[in-house]
Ligand binder design. Structure first.
Ligand SMILES: Nc1ncnc2c1ncn2[C@@H]1O[C@H](COP(=O)(O)OP(=O)(O)OP(=O)(O)O)[C@@H](O)[C@H]1O
Length: 317
């Protein structure tokens, strides 16, 4: 029995006759029943990768297999079985909200009564019943996104590929979407999830693939990835307003600082250096408001992998 839902074999994708290398030699698999997170900054190549997984674009070289057969040889089957939520605006804008859900359910082969029942259930879960008869083009961006997610959920597709599903959603709705994703996974669906929201993703994903500059930098279980930074502590410091650049310079001996908010910077410290750092932060001349020292999370792993790669590249030059 094939346990891999997807297998990517040395996938390369070039745009503009090779001027843009969006994916470089990417190989990995997606196991049945897992939630795989694809993490990476803007322009890393994540959307390009998943568009090849659903057959919307063709690799320049390399192959993408779905259930052991190349995607490009079975685009119809892939479209039927893989629910894909893209970042592109909704195509069904001239439909009413309930129709978008209902007809997607019907296209997935649901009988009329089941499609209706599932549409209503989803509208209730999203608290959008009052918008049932509105045209999609006349509802808000966030509401459209929820309906888009609903069109992936209806019909219980065995595989879901979701590109930034929680973008533009308020915290309550983001939580709801993560809950629905987890629920669907517990019912057996395999889920591939593109996200920038590392902290929220940590609550749901089993494995993480980190992508940047078109390359796969790491792919592993979260706990294994976290081991890479488990001898460290995350130090976050809030600078006096407008002084974060100055503060990172002043504290450069503690490590490489990354800006994580308007006046907030972070770095990873070796555990053994923590007490020395606390002493340094006690200097009243420093332009800082407060600091926190906590165990690392997935976000730190993500920055750490990227920092390592930047360093490797610098050394190679
Ligand atoms: N159709 C296209 N033509 C030319 N270049 C493209 C095209 N689509 C994407 N690119 C480029 O390919 C690279 C990867 O883009 P991609 O959209 O896959 O990244 P991403 O990780 O999904 O980014 P984001 O998180 O911002 O959505 C970027 O440099 C982007 O500008």
């Amino acid at each position: 029995m094939i346990t891999y839902v997807y297998e990517l074999d040395h996938v390369n994708k070039e745009y503009k006759k090779g001027k843009v290398q969006a994916n470089k030699d990417i190989s990995f698999y997606v196991q049945r029943g897992e939630i795989l997170g694809l993490l990476g900054p803007n322009g890393a190549g994540k959307s390009t990768l998943i568009k090849q997984m659903v057959g919307h674009i063709v690799p320049t070289s390399g192959k993408v297999f779905y259930q052991g057969v190349e995607v490009l040889q079975q685009t119809k089957k892939v479209a039927q079985e893989v629910a894909y939520y893209s970042q592109e605006p909704h195509a069904l804008t001239s439909l009413k909200v309930w129709e978008a859900l209902y007809f997607t359910g019907r296209l997935r082969g649901l009988p009329k009564d089941v499609a209706l029942k599932q549409s209503e259930e989803l509208l209730q879960r999203f608290e959008l019943e009052s918008l049932r008869n509105k045209l999609l083009k006349n509802i808000s961006g966030g509401q459209k996104r929820l309906i888009g997610i609903g069109t992936c959920l209806i019909g219980y597709s065995p595989v879901m590929i979701l590109d930034e599903p929680t973008n533009e959603l308020d915290p309550k709705k983001r939580r709801l979407v993560w809950d629905l994703i987890k629920e669907r996974n517990q019912q057996g669906a395999t889920i591939i999830l593109v996200t920038h929201n590392v902290l929220e993703a940590e609550q749901v994903v089993d494995r993480v693939a980190v992508v940047n500059h078109g390359q796969l930098l790491a792919i592993d279980h979260i706990s294994h990835l976290k081991q890479r930074v488990d001898q460290r502590m995350r130090l976050e410091v809030t600078a006096t307003s407008g002084k974060s650049d100055l503060l990172s310079k002043e504290l450069s001996e503690l490590g490489e600082w990354t800006k994580v908010g308007e006046n907030r910077i972070r770095t990873l410290l070796e555990k053994q250096d923590a007490s020395q750092a606390i002493e340094r932060l006690g200097d009243p001349a420093l332009p800082l408001e407060e600091y926190s020292l906590v165990p690392p999370n997935l976000e730190d792993v993500y920055f750490h992998i990227d920092d390592d790669r930047i360093q490797e590249n610098a050394e190679a030059v």
